[in-house]
Design a binder for this molecule. Structure first.
Ligand code: 5GP
Ligand code: MN
Length: 352
């Protein structure tokens, strides 16, 4: 069948050619992705991993730190190497590579301590990502902030290279998972009709999209589900005049529910279900730092808020940042920031 007409050449054809050529010339290939890998980070990385494996390459997938249980169903998840567990071994692999892919992050800061080894490696480097402001230390930069997931970019790369027929079911599952998680199950950032053309092409690889949804979103432990209930009932502040909501969890709160990594993933989205709330913030006390997640609706730029007050960034409607200091101070920095953004919040709610 000829599917080419419905999918446009988003990636510059010369980049597709150069990437395929780099792959052909390389033997040892390493794929890397960002700290606390999410569905898109892992989905895009594993899809490319399988593709390269099937081509007979010596390929490794190294992530900075561990990832949540609800992503472990993906084929190859048990082959992922975790930098934090054995930094020396990972450094050697990065150093010996011919080619390194950086997927779903824009700058090496987003891979934490692994960034130094990455920058120091003499390998050729290819970035494929959808965050704003790509860094400069890549040999080929495929940066598309208008595309909602890196997994979609991996699909487009293989598709544009004429490899759709070779795409396996496992690769299609990983790509679908990344597209699904970065759009909240296709509830935001997903109005481009080509997304659904791509889904249609993935379904033709016999993926079970309903099963994938369940693996990811119907996979709470009892503790995690009760922690969600506690957070929404006991740790949520609503600022109706500012159309904003805050949820927050101290380390003590988390301990009560036997918190494990990934347990709060997605919590920040819930307050957006409240009528007239267009800005949701989640402040979580972590080990050694305070992590913030922001989500917004309409044109409210939560990435600007993250950059202005929490040294962070991200997308217009999904961003994050960090705070070093006391938990209470992070909360008051947020409250002060909210006041400063009053005008922008009011404007955003009145726009379409
Ligand atoms: P999440 O809330 O899911 O951790 O992150 C949402 C998005 O915000 C990510 O895709 C990433 O673009 C961005 N982000 C999260 N944390 C940070 C951060 O500390 N710094 C920057 N620049 N961006 C972040
Ligand atoms: Mn992503």
């Amino acid at each position: 069948m000829n599917y080419t007409e419905t999918i446009s050449d988003v990636i510059r054809p010369q980049y597709v050619e150069q990437i395929m050529d780099s792959i052909n010339r390389s033997e040892k290939i390493v794929i890397t992705t960002h700290l606390s890998p999410d569905g898109d980070a892992l989905g895009s990385s594993l899809a490319l991993y399988h593709y390269l494996r099937n081509k007979g390459k010596n390929v490794r997938l190294i992530v900075p730190n561990s990832f949540p249980n609800f992503l472990k169903w993906m084929k190859g998840a048990n082959e992922v190497e975790i930098f934090e567990y054995n930094p020396e071994a990972a450094r050697r692999i990065l150093f010996a590579a011919d080619l390194i892919f950086s997927l779903d992050y824009n700058i090496s800061k987003r891979v934490g301590d692994m960034g130094l080894s990455l920058d120091a490696s003499p390998a050729k480097k290819i970035l494929i990502d959808h965050h704003l402001f790509p860094g400069e230390n890549f040999d080929i930069t495929v940066s598309h902030p208008e595309i909602s997931s890196t997994s979609e970019l991996i699909f487009r790369l293989l598709f544009q290279a004429g490899k759709y027929d070779e795409l396996t079911q496992a690769e299609a599952e990983c790509i679908y998972c990344g597209m699904m998680t970065d759009t909240g199950g296709f509830t935001y950032n997903s109005s481009d009709p080509e997304i659904f053309e791509i889904i249609s092409l993935l379904l033709r690889k016999n993926i079970d999209k309903d099963a994938i949804y369940s693996y990811v979103f119907h996979n709470y432990s009892e503790d995690r589900f009760r922690l969600l209930g506690f957070t929404l009932s006991q740790r949520m502040e609503i600022y109706p005049d500012l159309h904003s909501a805050l949820i927050y969890l101290s380390r003590e709160d988390q301990a009560q529910f036997r918190f494990s990594k990934g347990d709060t993933e997605g919590f920040v989205n819930y307050p957006l279900s409240i009528r007239n709330i267009i800005f949701s913030t989640f402040i979580r006390e972590d080990e050694g730092l305070i992590k913030l997640s922001f989500r917004s609706q309409k044109k409210f730029p939560c990435n600007e808020f993250a950059a202005d007050f929490f040294n962070g960034g991200g997308h217009l409607n999904a961003s994050g940042g960090e705070f070093y200091g006391k938990f209470e101070d992070a909360l008051s920095t947020y409250a002060a920031g909210l006041k400063k953004y009053e005008e922008k919040l009011r404007r955003a709610i009145s726009e379409l």
